[in-house]
Design a protein around this ligand. Structure first.
Ligand SMILES: Cc1cc2nc3c(=O)[nH]c(=O)nc-3n(C[C@H](O)[C@H](O)[C@H](O)COP(=O)(O)O)c2cc1C
Length: 207
C-alpha cells in the first residue's frame, strides 16, 4: 500500500505514523501551574536527540478545540518540566494521567503516585519512576496545532537498582521501560538481547 502524505488527512497520518514508528518511549511529564498545582501527562512523541547539549524533545498537540494542553501552557510560562520514565509498576497510573482532568487536578496524587522534589527546577518529579530528567526549555517550535519542545536536561535521577554499582551501566533486569505501540497497545522491554555487528564484516573494515 502507498500513502501520499501530501494529501492524506492529519488523522490518517497520525494513525499510520504512530502504528509504524513504534515502540515509542513514554515521558510522564510533570509541570507546575501558576498557582503551584502540580500537573502530569504522558507524552509518547518523545525521545532523546543529543547528549552535547543534552536535549530531549516533546511533541505536544493542541486540544480538539484548538486550545493548548496544560502541560504546554505550564512549559511556556515556567520554562521547566520533568520527564519521568515509565516501567510496568507505574504503567496504569501513567495512562490514567492522560485523562483530560481539569487544571486544578493533581494527577500524580489522584492516581496514587507521589511527588519527590527536584533539585534544580520547581516541578516535582514522580517518586515511583525508575528514572527522571529535570529539564529547562531550550526552544519551542510552534506549528498551528502542535508545539515541539526541546528541553535541556539539567539533572537526572536514577533508582539505584537500575544501575550497576559503579553507576555506569543499566541493569536490564531492573530497568524495563514500557513503550507505546499503536492506539492502546503497549510493550514492555522484558525480552532484551545483545546484538553486535558481524565480526568478519567488522574485520573487513579494519574496525
Ligand atoms: C501513552 C500516552 C501518550 C501520549 N502522548 C501524547 C503526546 O505525545 N502528545 C500529546 O499532545 N498528547 C499525548 N497524549 C495525550 C495527553 O497525555 C492528554 O491529552 C493529557 O490529558 C494532556 O494533559 P494536560 O492538559 O494536563 O497537559 C498521550 C496519552 C497517552 C495515554
Amino acid at each position: 500500500m502507498e500513502f501520499d502524505f501530501e494529501s492524506l488527512p492529519p488523522q490518517d497520518r497520525y494513525r499510520l505514523l504512530c502504528s509504524f514508528v513504534a515502540p515509542r518511549p513514554i515521558a510522564l511529564v510533570t509541570t507546575t501551574a501558576a498557582d503551584g498545582t502540580p500537573n502530569a501527562a504522558p507524552m509518547s512523541f518523545f525521545n532523546v536527540f543529543s547528549q552535547d547539549p543534552p536535549i530531549v524533545i516533546l511533541g505536544i498537540q493542541a486540544r480538539p478545540d484548538g486550545t493548548e494542553k496544560e502541560t504546554m501552557r505550564n512549559i511556556r510560562r515556567s520554562g521547566e518540566f520533568t520527564v519521568n520514565l515509565c516501567d510496568m509498576a507505574i504503567a496504569q497510573q501513567m495512562v490514567d494521567c492522560g485523562i483530560g482532568f481539569a487544571d486544578a487536578v493533581d494527577e500524580v496524587a489522584l492516581t496514587g503516585l507521589s511527588h519527590a522534589p527536584s533539585l534544580k527546577i520547581a516541578p516535582a518529579r514522580v517518586a515511583e519512576a525508575p528514572a527522571s530528567l529535570e529539564c529547562r526549555t531550550e526552544r519551542i517550535i510552534d506549528y498551528p496545532r502542535r508545539a515541539i519542545v526541546l528541553g535541556e536536561v539539567v539533572q537526572m535521577h536514577v533508582r539505584d537498582a537500575c544501575l550497576d554499582a559503579a553507576g555506569r551501566y543499566v541493569r536490564p533486569e531492573a530497568y524495563q521501560p514500557v513503550a507505546r505501540l499503536h492506539a492502546d497497545n503497549y510493550i514492555v522491554s522484558d525480552r532484551q538481547f545483545v546484538l553486535t555487528a558481524t565480526e568478519t564484516l567488522k574485520a573487513a573494515t579494519g574496525s
